[in-house]
Design a binder for this molecule. Structure first.
Ligand SMILES: C[S@@+](CC[C@H](N)C(=O)[O-])C[C@H]1O[C@@H](n2cnc3c(N)ncnc32)[C@H](O)[C@@H]1O
Length: 258
């Protein structure tokens, strides 16, 4: 893991791809899933700031403190009641949610990811589902829906449908809690391109293999404005450098676009 630092790998710009994908290209979603499947074993390096994400102790401390702000925010929203975690990944948030929730269903499209999550949270009672969120339909309603570092991977073409699905998954007074990345250059791996607003990024694994995925960066104020337009309201904050996080509920007062 940390020992497999491939900093010697050349810059991404040397890797030639036959065709650039737009955010509306359906195969981009498939490539995104393939990326997370291939990244399972090294996924947590990003979170732990090791390997290609290691920018020194001071940076790691700041990162960890900012993550703690999100964890505290989630705790302050408890009790979470019956909770759905979308794109649960390797379980970096799942254990924390499980401790605060009456019940927890954790969904991810990648089976290998769920396996790591299950192992990490073996002591907790969690109902796991392997499903593509864009195809999945909720079977019952939840008090809380959480997604960490997922919204930025939802293409603009799927944004409204995604939020409508989340709305359908919630009980009437249910809330959404989420966290995601700000466009912070120091957050990405040292051998990745600088972050930009194109909405599509090239990601490299420790092996040197590259993938294109959706990565949209939001600012709290703009995101809240967008969400209000589709019937949500609440609060969205940012930490000093790396993250945004918030909680929203369906307002029923929003000016719906359609
Ligand atoms: C950036 S990771 C976030 C994981 C976790 N929430 C966290 O904060 O560490 C994105 C996750 O979304 C999952 N994913 C990708 N496409 C998906 C889809 N269409 N439906 C459900 N999960 C998906 C990936 O397998 C991956 O675990």
């Amino acid at each position: 893991m940390a020992g497999a630092n491939p900093r010697s790998a050349g810059p991404l710009s040397t890797h030639v791809r036959p065709k650039k994908k737009s955010m509306s290209d359906p195969s981009l979603i498939e490539e995104q899933t393939a990326y997370y499947r291939a990244r399972v074993e090294e996924y947590d390096e990003w979170f732990l700031r090791v390997g290609r994400y290691d920018r020194g102790e001071q940076h790691r401390r700041q990162w960890t403190d900012e993550l703690e702000t999100i964890r505290t925010f989630i705790s302050s929203s408890s009790p979470l009641g019956d909770t759905l975690e979308i794109a649960c990944g390797t379980g970096l948030w799942t254990g924390h949610l499980a401790a605060l929730a009456a019940s927890l269903m954790a969904l991810d499209s990648v089976e290998e990811t769920i396996a790591v999550n299950r192992q990490k949270n073996a002591a907790s009672q969690i109902d796991y589902i392997v499903a593509d969120i864009f195809d999945w339909e909720p079977t019952h309603r939840f008090d809380t829906v959480f997604f960490g570092f997922w919204l930025s991977h939802v293409p603009p073409s799927h944004f409204e449908k995604f939020w409508a699905k989340v709305g359908n998954a919630l009980k009437p007074q249910g809330k959404v809690i989420f966290a995601d990345s700000l466009k912070a250059q120091r957050s990405t791996a040292s051998d990745h391109h600088p972050l930009n607003d194109s909405g599509v990024v090239e990601r490299r694994l420790n092996s040197g293999e590259t993938f294109r995925i959706v990565k949209r960066f939001y600012e709290p104020r703009n995101l809240l404005t967008t969400l209000k337009e589709i019937g949500w309201d609440g609060v969205i904050h940012s930490t000093d450098e790396f993250f945004l996080y918030g909680a929203v509920q369906q307002s029923n007062k929003g000016e719906r676009r359609s």
